[in-house]
Design a protein around this ligand. Structure first.
Ligand code: C2E
Ligand code: CA
Ligand code: CA
Ligand code: CA
Length: 276
């Protein structure tokens, strides 16, 4: 596979860490990377926990830097989040994902009711007052049924304010689904969870990827039973082994995502190997 864990990534990170000025470099280069068409969305399949059929994808951004190579999001999203640049970048992601999904809708596999596309949103984007209108335009332009689009937000989005809550409601009113990402890693707002219009809880990979025996699954069990008792749909990420898959299935987790099924892959690979 051409996932980020391959040789290319190792090559990149070795070189990267040698560069003392890499952060400043990234900060500067980020500002023109959209214009220069250097970002690309990879897609990671999500499978149904009962059939293992593909039922959706998560869009994950990468930066094809002309000199530094393929840069993973953890090395530039946090930098973009420190400025309003994240709004521009976040809009680019939404637009690109909708455009791509519109193209994939011609395949029966994707057109069928269950296939979804998930896009990550930064907390800061909830302060982008034009976001709802922008998203609506994207949905209409590419004729995306809104319920097939999922927006993934982390708990840090809930910390802030009434503005965030109002924004989440407006997004939810468009008919798109909202997923709480990295679920279980921060407990700050747990008691207020039902105030927010989330449909899906995405169980963080830290509860899944290290399980090597049934006994080690107790946290995963607690978290999934909590999610199900509140009637949330669940997705487990970081499923790397068959044991982890089987435990998630037995716990009633609805959708699975992880290297066991596929790494995030470029759109051509997803099309060829998963949806055609
Ligand atoms: P995330 O949203 O929690 O995404 C899941 C991350 O886990 C991805 O890393 C994915 O490649 C990785 N992953 C998936 N399956 C497995 C597995 O089985 N084992 C392990 N060890 N890892 C797995 P990635 O693509 O490097 O993205 C990292 C983070 O960057 C994302 O975490 C998300 O917070 C952020 N990000 C990615 N794309 C975007 C974007 O378009 N917008 C924003 N705002 N953030 C993004
Ligand atoms: Ca995510
Ligand atoms: Ca996550
Ligand atoms: Ca994360």
């Amino acid at each position: 596979s051409k996932g980020l864990g391959g040789k290319q990534a190792q090559y990149y990170s070795k070189r990267f860490h040698k560069q003392v000025e890499s952060r400043i470099r990234i900060e500067n280069d980020l500002k023109t990377a959209i214009e220069k068409d250097q970002f690309i969305l990879y897609y990671q399949p999500q499978v149904d926990a009962e059939t293992f059929d593909i039922v959706g994808v998560e869009a994950l951004i990468r930066w094809e830097h002309p000199e530094l190579g393929l840069i993973p999001p953890d090395d530039f999203i946090p930098i973009a989040e420190e400025s309003d640049y994240i709004n521009e970048l976040g809009r680019w992601v939404l637009h690109k994902a909708c455009e791509q999904f519109g193209q994939w809708m011609k395949y029966p596999n994707v057109e069928k009711m269950t296939f979804t596309i998930a896009v990550n949103l930064s907390a800061r984007q909830l302060k982008d007052t034009g976001l709802v209108k922008y998203l609506l335009e994207c949905i209409e332009r590419y004729q995306i049924p809104p319920e097939k689009l999922e927006l993934e937000l982390t708990e840090s989005s809930l910390e802030s304010s009434l503005v965030a809550l109002a924004m989440l409601k407006s997004l939810s009113d468009l008919g798109v689904k909202l997923a709480l990402d990295d679920f279980g890693t921060g407990y700050s707002s747990l008691s207020h969870l039902n105030k927010y219009p989330f449909n899906i809880l995405k169980i963080d990979k830290s509860f899944v990827q290290h399980i090597e025996s049934e006994e080690e699954a107790s946290l995963l069990k607690a978290i999934s039973s909590f999610a199900h008792s509140l009637n949330y749909e669940t997705v487990a990420e970081g499923v790397e082994t068959e044991l982890q898959r089987d435990i998630c299935c037995r716990l009633g987790v609805k959708r699975l995502q992880g290297y066991l099924f596929s790494r995030p892959i470029p759109p051509e690979d997803l099309e060829r190997n998963w949806i055609k």
